[in-house]
Design a protein around this ligand. Sequence first.
Ligand SMILES: [Zn+2]
Ligand SMILES: [Zn+2]
Length: 284
Amino acid sequence: MTTTVTLTGTGVPIPSPGRAGPGVLVRCGGIALQFDAGRATVLRLTEAETGLHQLTALFVTHVHSDHVIGLPDVVMGRWIQDHVWKTGPLDIHVPAGEAADFAQRMLEPYAADIALRMEHVQAVPPEARVSTFTCTPGPSLVWSRDGVTVEAVAVHHEPVPDAVAYRVRTPDGTVVISGDTRVCDEVQELSQEADVLVHEACRTTALQTAVAGTPFEKIFSYHADTVALGGLAKRAGVKHLVLTHLIPAPADEAGEAEFVNDVRSGGYQGRISVGRDLMTLAIG
Ligand SMILES: [Zn+2]
Ligand SMILES: [Zn+2]
């Protein structure tokens, strides 16, 4: 068996050409797990040849709009095509709190559209089948099936409460998805000897002078500095570090090289990929 990891989006709230909002797709056999649903996730899933009916479950890291703005699109799209596929609602796993509140209410603005569609085609209304779990400082099991498990751990994205990273274990190996967080011990612990760590990345060193004294400066307190991230990846013994949620978005290979240089200066000597949308890695 092979497990694949596909970046369905490497962007951030500020739009950037070619970069959908944050998201990672992990596939193993017949299981397809989506993590976050940022802008244009449905489009990227389609390009990754994973239909909405083929998703097994979706996991949300936190309530920031760039990570959930595509969630109603996933749910409505799956519902609209369900008279063909008959797969039913998608299971959505969300940390309890504000992200869960969003997920449970996300279909409310579509009430008129839902009513109109039910007059014509749909026999049943769409369902946001949301399961919530409590954020814990150590890994807690959120989901498992056929030898594949998903665990969550609380990370540090304050002032956002209830933000988590996920660890996916399959018979082929281990994939960790940081969500949004500053570099923290929890992700380091979760990533010990991981085959792939998909981590958000913020080039503090490059931006510090330009944004000094502006409100934008605050982002450094809750995003992952690339130099410090190199230290984390080294200490955790990560085999392959994949950078995503790129701040600032690199426009070319020279811009990507600057991310790599930062991580190397932090001490990490393993394999690094600077994420591009639809980049796919195989493990196992
Ligand atoms: Zn965030
Ligand atoms: Zn974000």
